[in-house]
Ligand binder design. Structure first.
Ligand code: AHM
Ligand code: MG
Length: 312
Protein backbone atom coordinates (compact mmCIF):
# COMPACT_ATOMS: atom_id res chain seq x y z
CA UNK A 1 0.00 0.00 0.00
CA UNK A 2 1.32 3.41 -0.92
CA UNK A 3 0.70 6.16 1.56
CA UNK A 4 -1.51 8.94 0.33
CA UNK A 5 -2.49 11.00 3.34
CA UNK A 6 -4.88 13.69 2.28
CA UNK A 7 -4.96 17.27 3.54
CA UNK A 8 -8.26 18.33 5.09
CA UNK A 9 -10.56 20.46 2.97
CA UNK A 10 -11.64 22.56 5.95
CA UNK A 11 -10.82 23.10 9.63
CA UNK A 12 -12.06 20.03 11.44
CA UNK A 13 -11.93 19.36 15.17
CA UNK A 14 -11.28 15.95 16.70
CA UNK A 15 -14.88 15.90 17.93
CA UNK A 16 -16.25 16.65 14.48
CA UNK A 17 -13.95 14.08 12.89
CA UNK A 18 -14.99 11.35 15.33
CA UNK A 19 -18.64 12.16 14.69
CA UNK A 20 -18.80 12.84 10.96
CA UNK A 21 -15.90 10.87 9.50
CA UNK A 22 -15.20 7.93 11.81
CA UNK A 23 -18.84 7.78 12.89
CA UNK A 24 -17.73 6.57 16.30
CA UNK A 25 -20.48 5.62 18.77
CA UNK A 26 -21.22 8.58 21.07
CA UNK A 27 -19.72 6.92 24.15
CA UNK A 28 -16.50 6.12 22.37
CA UNK A 29 -16.32 9.64 20.96
CA UNK A 30 -16.78 11.12 24.43
CA UNK A 31 -14.16 8.82 25.90
CA UNK A 32 -11.58 9.73 23.26
CA UNK A 33 -12.34 13.42 23.82
CA UNK A 34 -11.92 12.97 27.58
CA UNK A 35 -8.57 11.24 26.99
CA UNK A 36 -7.54 14.06 24.66
CA UNK A 37 -8.39 16.58 27.43
CA UNK A 38 -6.08 14.73 29.82
CA UNK A 39 -3.37 14.92 27.15
CA UNK A 40 -3.78 18.70 26.93
CA UNK A 41 -3.09 18.96 30.67
CA UNK A 42 -0.05 16.69 30.29
CA UNK A 43 1.20 18.79 27.39
CA UNK A 44 0.81 21.91 29.53
CA UNK A 45 2.48 20.25 32.52
CA UNK A 46 5.49 19.27 30.41
CA UNK A 47 5.88 22.89 29.30
CA UNK A 48 5.41 24.43 32.72
CA UNK A 49 6.32 21.97 35.48
CA UNK A 50 9.81 22.65 36.65
CA UNK A 51 10.36 18.98 37.40
CA UNK A 52 9.79 18.33 33.74
CA UNK A 53 12.81 20.33 32.73
CA UNK A 54 15.18 20.22 35.65
CA UNK A 55 17.04 16.94 35.15
CA UNK A 56 16.36 13.28 34.60
CA UNK A 57 16.17 12.28 38.24
CA UNK A 58 17.63 13.56 41.48
CA UNK A 59 19.66 11.16 43.59
CA UNK A 60 16.43 9.74 45.01
CA UNK A 61 14.86 9.44 41.60
CA UNK A 62 12.17 11.97 42.50
CA UNK A 63 11.85 14.71 39.91
CA UNK A 64 11.36 12.44 36.94
CA UNK A 65 8.73 10.56 38.80
CA UNK A 66 6.74 13.73 39.38
CA UNK A 67 5.84 14.12 35.72
CA UNK A 68 5.22 10.38 35.32
CA UNK A 69 2.90 10.33 38.32
CA UNK A 70 1.23 13.60 37.37
CA UNK A 71 0.47 12.26 33.88
CA UNK A 72 -0.91 9.06 35.36
CA UNK A 73 -3.10 11.02 37.78
CA UNK A 74 -4.39 13.35 35.08
CA UNK A 75 -5.39 10.43 32.89
CA UNK A 76 -7.01 8.53 35.76
CA UNK A 77 -9.02 11.63 36.77
CA UNK A 78 -10.30 12.10 33.25
CA UNK A 79 -11.17 8.41 32.90
CA UNK A 80 -13.07 8.49 36.19
CA UNK A 81 -14.85 11.70 35.29
CA UNK A 82 -15.96 10.29 31.94
CA UNK A 83 -18.15 7.63 33.66
CA UNK A 84 -17.47 5.51 30.58
CA UNK A 85 -14.67 3.31 31.91
CA UNK A 86 -15.24 -0.10 33.46
CA UNK A 87 -11.58 -0.78 34.17
CA UNK A 88 -8.11 0.31 33.20
CA UNK A 89 -4.55 -0.94 33.23
CA UNK A 90 -1.42 1.17 33.12
CA UNK A 91 2.27 1.12 33.79
CA UNK A 92 1.99 2.47 37.34
CA UNK A 93 -0.16 -0.44 38.66
CA UNK A 94 0.51 -4.15 38.48
CA UNK A 95 -3.12 -5.23 38.13
CA UNK A 96 -6.28 -4.16 36.32
CA UNK A 97 -8.13 -1.42 38.27
CA UNK A 98 -11.91 -1.53 38.24
CA UNK A 99 -13.84 1.76 38.03
CA UNK A 100 -17.47 1.21 37.05
CA UNK A 101 -18.18 -2.42 36.03
CA UNK A 102 -21.29 -1.42 34.08
CA UNK A 103 -19.50 1.16 31.95
CA UNK A 104 -18.84 0.46 28.27
CA UNK A 105 -15.06 0.47 27.92
CA UNK A 106 -11.70 -0.49 29.37
CA UNK A 107 -8.62 1.58 28.74
CA UNK A 108 -4.95 0.60 28.72
CA UNK A 109 -2.34 3.34 28.75
CA UNK A 110 1.27 4.33 29.13
CA UNK A 111 0.93 7.80 30.70
CA UNK A 112 4.35 9.16 29.77
CA UNK A 113 6.42 7.09 27.41
CA UNK A 114 10.08 8.05 27.14
CA UNK A 115 10.06 10.09 30.33
CA UNK A 116 13.79 9.55 30.81
CA UNK A 117 14.14 11.99 27.88
CA UNK A 118 12.40 14.86 29.66
CA UNK A 119 15.63 16.43 30.89
CA UNK A 120 17.16 16.46 27.41
CA UNK A 121 14.01 18.09 26.03
CA UNK A 122 13.34 15.32 23.49
CA UNK A 123 9.82 14.44 22.39
CA UNK A 124 7.81 12.13 24.68
CA UNK A 125 4.32 10.69 24.45
CA UNK A 126 1.24 8.97 25.88
CA UNK A 127 -0.25 5.77 24.44
CA UNK A 128 -3.84 4.47 24.79
CA UNK A 129 -5.80 1.40 23.75
CA UNK A 130 -9.57 1.07 24.23
CA UNK A 131 -11.46 -2.23 24.55
CA UNK A 132 -15.22 -2.74 24.83
CA UNK A 133 -16.33 -4.26 28.15
CA UNK A 134 -14.63 -4.70 31.48
CA UNK A 135 -12.24 -7.61 30.92
CA UNK A 136 -8.70 -7.08 29.71
CA UNK A 137 -6.91 -10.33 30.52
CA UNK A 138 -7.44 -12.82 27.71
CA UNK A 139 -8.23 -10.13 25.15
CA UNK A 140 -6.22 -9.54 21.99
CA UNK A 141 -5.11 -6.14 20.65
CA UNK A 142 -7.18 -6.88 17.52
CA UNK A 143 -10.24 -6.48 19.78
CA UNK A 144 -9.42 -2.85 20.54
CA UNK A 145 -12.19 -0.54 19.36
CA UNK A 146 -9.75 2.35 19.20
CA UNK A 147 -6.13 3.23 19.81
CA UNK A 148 -4.44 6.59 20.00
CA UNK A 149 -1.24 8.28 21.00
CA UNK A 150 -0.19 11.81 21.77
CA UNK A 151 3.28 13.08 20.93
CA UNK A 152 4.55 16.02 23.00
CA UNK A 153 7.26 17.49 20.80
CA UNK A 154 7.83 21.01 19.58
CA UNK A 155 4.14 20.68 18.74
CA UNK A 156 1.60 18.41 20.42
CA UNK A 157 -0.13 16.05 18.05
CA UNK A 158 -2.66 13.26 18.47
CA UNK A 159 -3.09 10.25 16.23
CA UNK A 160 -6.14 8.02 16.49
CA UNK A 161 -7.98 5.19 14.83
CA UNK A 162 -11.36 3.67 15.56
CA UNK A 163 -10.83 1.08 12.84
CA UNK A 164 -11.46 3.47 9.95
CA UNK A 165 -8.01 4.70 9.05
CA UNK A 166 -5.40 6.59 11.03
CA UNK A 167 -5.79 10.34 11.45
CA UNK A 168 -3.50 13.07 12.76
CA UNK A 169 -4.44 16.19 14.75
CA UNK A 170 -2.53 19.23 15.95
CA UNK A 171 -3.17 20.92 19.31
CA UNK A 172 -3.71 24.55 18.35
CA UNK A 173 -3.18 27.71 20.38
CA UNK A 174 -6.69 27.75 21.78
CA UNK A 175 -6.41 24.17 22.99
CA UNK A 176 -8.31 22.30 20.32
CA UNK A 177 -7.08 19.29 18.35
CA UNK A 178 -7.47 20.20 14.67
CA UNK A 179 -7.14 17.75 11.77
CA UNK A 180 -3.75 17.79 10.05
CA UNK A 181 -3.80 14.67 7.84
CA UNK A 182 -6.29 11.90 7.23
CA UNK A 183 -5.67 8.25 6.35
CA UNK A 184 -1.98 8.00 7.11
CA UNK A 185 -0.50 5.03 5.28
CA UNK A 186 2.65 2.95 5.67
CA UNK A 187 4.32 1.81 2.43
CA UNK A 188 5.51 -1.80 2.12
CA UNK A 189 9.22 -0.99 1.95
CA UNK A 190 11.31 0.95 4.44
CA UNK A 191 13.89 3.66 3.85
CA UNK A 192 14.35 4.55 7.52
CA UNK A 193 15.27 2.24 10.37
CA UNK A 194 14.94 2.65 14.10
CA UNK A 195 16.75 -0.19 15.88
CA UNK A 196 16.07 -0.36 19.64
CA UNK A 197 17.93 -2.43 22.22
CA UNK A 198 21.08 -3.03 20.21
CA UNK A 199 22.47 -4.72 23.34
CA UNK A 200 20.65 -7.80 22.05
CA UNK A 201 22.87 -8.00 18.94
CA UNK A 202 25.40 -10.06 20.80
CA UNK A 203 22.89 -12.77 21.77
CA UNK A 204 20.86 -12.65 18.63
CA UNK A 205 22.59 -13.32 15.29
CA UNK A 206 19.32 -12.71 13.40
CA UNK A 207 19.12 -9.18 14.78
CA UNK A 208 22.78 -8.60 13.85
CA UNK A 209 21.98 -9.78 10.33
CA UNK A 210 19.10 -7.31 10.08
CA UNK A 211 21.31 -4.45 11.26
CA UNK A 212 24.05 -5.42 8.77
CA UNK A 213 21.47 -5.38 5.96
CA UNK A 214 20.23 -1.92 6.91
CA UNK A 215 23.79 -0.61 7.02
CA UNK A 216 24.65 -2.26 3.71
CA UNK A 217 21.52 -0.96 2.01
CA UNK A 218 22.19 2.48 3.47
CA UNK A 219 18.83 3.02 5.12
CA UNK A 220 18.57 6.24 7.11
CA UNK A 221 18.86 5.89 10.90
CA UNK A 222 16.19 7.59 13.02
CA UNK A 223 16.16 6.65 16.71
CA UNK A 224 15.34 8.97 19.60
CA UNK A 225 14.71 6.53 22.46
CA UNK A 226 11.02 7.40 22.75
CA UNK A 227 8.82 4.72 21.27
CA UNK A 228 6.01 7.17 20.52
CA UNK A 229 8.33 9.54 18.63
CA UNK A 230 10.18 6.74 16.86
CA UNK A 231 7.05 4.96 15.67
CA UNK A 232 5.37 8.27 14.85
CA UNK A 233 8.25 8.89 12.47
CA UNK A 234 7.03 5.85 10.51
CA UNK A 235 3.40 7.05 10.43
CA UNK A 236 4.45 10.54 9.48
CA UNK A 237 6.94 9.64 6.73
CA UNK A 238 4.75 6.80 5.52
CA UNK A 239 7.47 4.12 5.76
CA UNK A 240 10.14 2.74 8.08
CA UNK A 241 10.98 -0.05 10.49
CA UNK A 242 11.25 0.04 14.30
CA UNK A 243 12.58 -2.86 16.33
CA UNK A 244 12.91 -3.63 20.02
CA UNK A 245 14.14 -7.18 20.35
CA UNK A 246 15.07 -9.14 23.47
CA UNK A 247 18.44 -10.65 24.32
CA UNK A 248 19.43 -13.51 26.61
CA UNK A 249 18.83 -11.46 29.79
CA UNK A 250 15.33 -10.24 28.82
CA UNK A 251 14.16 -12.61 26.10
CA UNK A 252 10.95 -10.66 25.39
CA UNK A 253 12.64 -7.26 25.52
CA UNK A 254 11.56 -4.21 27.48
CA UNK A 255 8.36 -3.00 25.85
CA UNK A 256 4.98 -3.86 27.34
CA UNK A 257 2.45 -5.80 25.28
CA UNK A 258 -0.64 -4.20 26.83
CA UNK A 259 0.10 -0.47 26.75
CA UNK A 260 2.87 -0.11 24.19
CA UNK A 261 2.92 -2.87 21.57
CA UNK A 262 -0.85 -3.58 21.42
CA UNK A 263 -2.07 -0.05 20.64
CA UNK A 264 0.74 0.59 18.14
CA UNK A 265 0.14 -2.77 16.44
CA UNK A 266 -3.54 -1.85 15.97
CA UNK A 267 -2.61 1.53 14.50
CA UNK A 268 0.08 0.09 12.21
CA UNK A 269 -2.32 -2.49 10.76
CA UNK A 270 -4.89 0.27 10.25
CA UNK A 271 -2.29 2.20 8.24
CA UNK A 272 -1.42 -0.79 6.04
CA UNK A 273 1.74 -1.65 7.96
CA UNK A 274 2.48 -4.60 10.24
CA UNK A 275 3.62 -5.40 13.77
CA UNK A 276 5.06 -8.72 14.89
CA UNK A 277 6.80 -10.19 17.92
CA UNK A 278 9.04 -12.07 15.46
CA UNK A 279 6.68 -15.01 15.11
CA UNK A 280 3.13 -13.76 15.27
CA UNK A 281 1.15 -10.63 14.52
CA UNK A 282 0.98 -8.68 17.78
CA UNK A 283 -2.72 -7.95 17.37
CA UNK A 284 -3.32 -11.71 17.74
CA UNK A 285 -1.29 -12.18 20.94
CA UNK A 286 -3.58 -12.51 23.96
CA UNK A 287 -3.02 -10.38 27.04
CA UNK A 288 -1.90 -12.74 29.80
CA UNK A 289 -0.72 -10.25 32.39
CA UNK A 290 -0.59 -6.48 32.79
CA UNK A 291 3.22 -6.40 32.86
CA UNK A 292 3.71 -8.80 29.94
CA UNK A 293 6.72 -7.94 27.75
CA UNK A 294 6.75 -8.26 23.98
CA UNK A 295 9.37 -7.90 21.25
CA UNK A 296 8.25 -5.35 18.67
CA UNK A 297 9.01 -5.31 14.96
CA UNK A 298 6.75 -2.67 13.45
CA UNK A 299 6.39 -0.62 10.30
CA UNK A 300 6.62 -1.34 6.58
CA UNK A 301 5.12 -4.75 5.87
CA UNK A 302 7.87 -6.23 3.70
CA UNK A 303 10.58 -5.08 6.08
CA UNK A 304 8.74 -6.51 9.09
CA UNK A 305 8.49 -9.84 7.23
CA UNK A 306 12.17 -9.74 6.27
CA UNK A 307 13.30 -9.05 9.85
CA UNK A 308 11.05 -11.81 11.21
CA UNK A 309 12.62 -14.29 8.77
CA UNK A 310 16.13 -13.30 9.87
CA UNK A 311 15.14 -13.73 13.52
CA UNK A 312 13.90 -17.31 13.02
P1 AHM B 1 9.24 4.00 29.44
O1 AHM B 1 7.80 3.76 29.11
O2 AHM B 1 9.58 3.64 30.85
O3 AHM B 1 9.66 5.40 29.09
O4 AHM B 1 10.15 2.98 28.58
C1 AHM B 1 9.89 2.73 27.24
C2 AHM B 1 10.93 3.35 26.35
C3 AHM B 1 10.47 3.44 24.92
O5 AHM B 1 9.91 4.69 24.67
C4 AHM B 1 11.75 3.25 24.13
O6 AHM B 1 11.54 2.71 22.85
C5 AHM B 1 12.52 2.32 24.99
O7 AHM B 1 12.08 2.53 26.32
C6 AHM B 1 13.98 2.64 24.91
O8 AHM B 1 14.67 1.71 25.66
P2 AHM B 1 16.23 1.88 25.88
O9 AHM B 1 16.38 3.01 26.84
O10 AHM B 1 16.62 0.56 26.44
O11 AHM B 1 16.83 2.17 24.53
MG1 MG C 1 6.65 3.44 27.62
Amino acid sequence: MNPSPSAPAERRSLNSHLYHVSKAPDNLRHLILDISRAAKYISYAIQTTEAGLSGTVNMFGEQQEKLDILSDQLIQEHLQESRLVASFACEEHDSVIELDPKASYSVVFDPLDGSSLVDVNFAIGSIFGIYAGKELIGRKPSEQVAALYVLYGPRTILIYSTGKGVHEFLLNDVGEFILLRENLGIADTAKNYSPGNLRALEDNPGYKQALDQWLKEQLTLRYSGCLVADVHHIFSKGQGIFTNIGGSKYPRGKLRHVFECGPFAYLAEQAGGAASDGKKAIIDLPIEAVDQRCPLIIGSKKEVERVCKMLQ
